[in-house]
Write a protein that binds this ligand. Sequence first.
Ligand SMILES: [Zn+2]
Ligand SMILES: [Zn+2]
Length: 292
Amino acid sequence: MEYKITLARPAATPPATPPAPAAVTSTNPKTPSPSLNGGLGGAELDKVCAASVQDLMATIAKLDSNGVQVLAETPDPCAPDTSTSKPATHTNADPNEDWCAVCMDGGELMCCDRCPKVFHQYCHLPTIDQLPGESETWQCLLCVNFAELPPDPPRPAGAPAPPALTPRQLKIIERLTLELYCQYEPSLPFREPVSLDNTDYYSKISSPMCLDMIRGRLQGGAARYSALPQYLRDVRLLFRNAYLYNPPDSQIYKDAKRLEEFFDAQLVKLLPEYAYWQDSDGDSPPKRARYE
Ligand SMILES: [Zn+2]
Ligand SMILES: [Zn+2]
């Protein structure tokens, strides 16, 4: 496990000169899928952010239709067996990015040993409570190949269909949520709850939802998700609230559309059986009391 410390970026303003963007983009030679990348207005992103989004898109482009990641053809410089020689090889070519994939900030970052992504412990999903040892390898959830994960234990014969969230399903919805956070620009308005001072918002939106609330329900507590539909309802609620409150020509509405289209594409890859899942309530807003 590699741990790096970079200078934190000022929260609001990106640096005038992005730190070595060429080094960041060169970590991934793959061209991002044009169809996925088309919606991103390059001008509105700073270079560092654009490079990171491109890397993410390239990671996504490497997923086949079953959500199985096709590993890079070239040997991974971060592969576990080379970890002992890391200090020497890293001085010239650090294969990892410089900014957290979730918050685009620097600081103390965990470097994935299998892909270029880096994360703050509290930004990764699930939160990394305990640092892996120096000699251990660490893989971020963003590059986990779900084909390598153990399948869920078979249901006993005659058992009623989909009950609780299985460990595999939990990992998949954590991945889906992490993917949403890593869509840096479009996810920004949906990370934190709308301020309680915004009485107009709360007079129109009765069931607020945001990514941090979803993260909270993934990580534990009384409201922890116990079945997949609960999670899907929350994600759809987040988008529906955005469409309900914001005019269609507003940036936040467009961000929601962009993010939901991305989410749908991820569902097809990672959770195809739920890609076209419809809440039994159809278009009516879910009532929170139903699953709490
Ligand atoms: Zn972060
Ligand atoms: Zn990774």
